[in-house]
Design a protein around this ligand. Structure first.
Ligand SMILES: [Fe+2]
Length: 289
């Protein structure tokens, strides 16, 4: 399923001018990875960017986190939500701004695409809970970002990417397969490369890169499994669109790990309904709010 390494590297050189992470977010990533960091350190960096501060506080106060008391200050948000959540929020805000802002591109509508990404985030979070994966927030962020490679391909080779979507539609094949055939690289590889350049934590990068081949090394990694299954479940449920017209198959090893029988799927669909409403604030990004 994966391209041979040499070929992939060659194809990736076509996409070498990848966007850089805004300074403030790069600093946030760096600070959070330092064990000596304090909430005040993080506050000092985030506060330099007013728009980011505003959006992080709004998300921290959203129904998704469900805190009864209003959070009015970044330091307070860090203490209540934790470093990783603040890092993920900063990342979500800037990634949306850079790569998902409203653009209607025919077969690929960014608003519906963002809806797909938020739904996959919400679903990955639900699934991670089912398998006792500790960092639920990471699962949400991994789901939210799993398709960043598609935005990159669309922006860097619009005609080629649209051709891949058409091929996926006409031949009912997975989009990644059409991308490999037509562009020599797929969105998982490009997204993984971006995650590497941005120094995203390795588990997030792995979830992006391995989303279509979760069971490759035997037992699937829980985060990869959650993102892989969430992607397919959200496609099955028709939540948003992702330009992929291939079958919605879940890897058997993942199905087993997550115990995804018919009863579980019904349960998950019902919970999705509820949790997507809580994630409304994330969806609002796409309305320019
Ligand atoms: Fe997806």
């Amino acid at each position: 399923m994966a391209l041979p390494n040499g070929e992939l590297q060659k194809a990736l050189t076509r996409f070498k001018d990848l966007p850089t992470l805004p300074d403030v977010v790069a600093r946030v990533m760096q600070i959070v990875s330092n064990p000596l960091t304090t909430a005040e350190d993080l506050n000092q960096v985030i506060s330099l960017d007013q728009a980011l501060t505003f959006k992080v506080l709004r998300l921290a106060n959203s129904a998704y986190y469900g805190f009864p008391k209003e959070i009015t200050h970044i330091t307070q948000a860090v203490m209540i939500l934790g470093f990783n959540t603040i890092r993920n929020l900063a990342l979500s805000v800037s990634v949306h701004k850079m790569l998902f802002a409203d653009r209607d591109k025919g077969l690929f509508n960014y608003r519906d695409f963002w809806k797909h990404c938020v739904a996959v985030g919400v679903c990955a979070r639900i699934l991670s809970r089912r398998i006792g994966y500790k960092n639920e927030e990471n699962a949400f962020t991994a789901g939210l970002l799993h398709d960043i490679g598609k935005s990159l391909l669309e922006r860097m080779d619009h005609a080629g990417f649209m051709g891949a979507i058409e091929a996926s539609q006409q031949r009912q094949i997975p989009l990644w397969q059409a991308e490999q055939e037509l562009l020599g690289v797929d969105h998982a590889a490009v997204g993984g490369r971006l995650a590497e350049i941005w120094n995203l934590p390795s588990d997030l990068r792995g979830a992006i890169e391995l989303q279509h081949r979760p069971g490759e090394d035997g037992v699937p990694d829980p985060l990869v499994a959650a993102v892989h299954a969430a992607n397919q479940l959200c496609r099955e449920l028709g939540l948003g669109t992702d330009g992929d017209f291939g079958p919605t198959l879940i890897d058997p090893a993942v199905e087993k790990l997550l115990r995804l029988d018919a009863a579980a799927r019904t349960e998950i669909a019902a919970e999705m309904d509820l949790r997507l409403k809580e994630a409304e604030e994330f969806l609002k990004f796409s309305r320019g709010a």
